[in-house]
Design a protein around this ligand. Structure first.
Ligand code: ADP
Ligand code: ADP
Length: 220
């Protein structure tokens, strides 16, 4: 069963095409990775799929819903970590978690999430005082508070050291093992190879290949 379906997605910025006729489907319970260099159109694709940006053409369905029309309904079912979301304001970890908790009807208990990610002792720290890896974990925790079926992760490990990156990889696998579906972007081939059931290679807004890692290597 496909939980995300994208057909002929087109997005232009001031007449310049950033995402060009992109189509793919994501199977329930899988990790789907979009791999491509900076500027390829990965973030734009995520933002169009979740309805954060208006698409110029094409169809998107998440769990059968169109994010253009069913925005509110969808937001209870998906979790999103966008790139370099910055919380520069003076907000503490627990305050940020409570803010997110208040947005959902049936939120997960954020304290157990903080515990699970080894951040419970940072509850009262300012987000701005955390390391890059810890902030990325907070980003995942915030994405999980709604107890989503589908999680969107945009370059989750960019800028992390190898150890933190490995930890994030295990987190992502765990989320999949809990039965969640993951849509992730990355520009690291080894990350896509390690994590993803399906890899979609995108360059200059166009999809070059969609295959398993074995298929991708065979066609390279
Ligand atoms: P990425 O690391 O995914 O390539 P960018 O650094 O391109 O992200 O983009 C960061 C932010 O700047 C995004 O919100 C994006 O929409 C915006 N942005 C990127 N490129 C441009 C551009 N050429 N003109 C205006 N805004 C841009
Ligand atoms: P990626 O996430 O793969 O790095 P993006 O989706 O951020 O790629 O960007 C795709 C293209 O769209 C790039 O050429 C980028 O400069 C451009 N772009 C992104 N956001 C904006 C924006 N807000 N305004 C204008 N151009 C943008």
């Amino acid at each position: 069963m496909n939980v995300i379906e994208v057909n002929n997605l087109v997005k232009k910025y001031n007449g310049i095409t950033a995402v060009n006729d992109v189509s793919f489907a994501v199977q329930k319970g899988s990790i789907f990775g979009m791999l491509g260099p900076n500027g390829a159109g990965k973030s734009t694709t995520i933002e169009c799929i979740i309805g954060l940006k208006k698409r110029d053409n094409g169809e998107v369905r998440i769990l059968g819903l169109d994010p253009k029309l069913d925005n509110r309904k969808l937001y209870d079912m998906i979790g999103v970590q966008l790139q370099e979301t910055s919380y520069q304001d003076k907000i503490k970890v627990y305050e940020l978690c409570e803010l997110f908790e208040s947005m959902y009807e049936n939120p997960l208990d954020y304290k157990s999430l903080l515990e699970r990610f080894g951040l419970i002792e940072k509850s009262k720290s300012y987000v701005s005082q955390l390391s890059g890896g810890q902030r990325q974990k907070i980003a995942i925790i915030l994405a999980l508070i709604s107890n989503p079926k589908i999680i969107f992760l945009d370059e989750l490990t960019t800028g992390l050291d190898p150890k933190s990156r490995r930890e994030m990889w295990e987190c992502v696998k765990e989320l999949r093992n809990e039965g969640r579906t993951i849509f992730m972007t990355t520009h690291y081939m080894e990350e896509a190879a390690y994590l993803c059931d399906q890899i979609c290679i995108i360059d200059e807004g166009k999809i070059a290949t969609i295959d398993t890692i074995d298929g991708v290597i065979e066609h390279a």
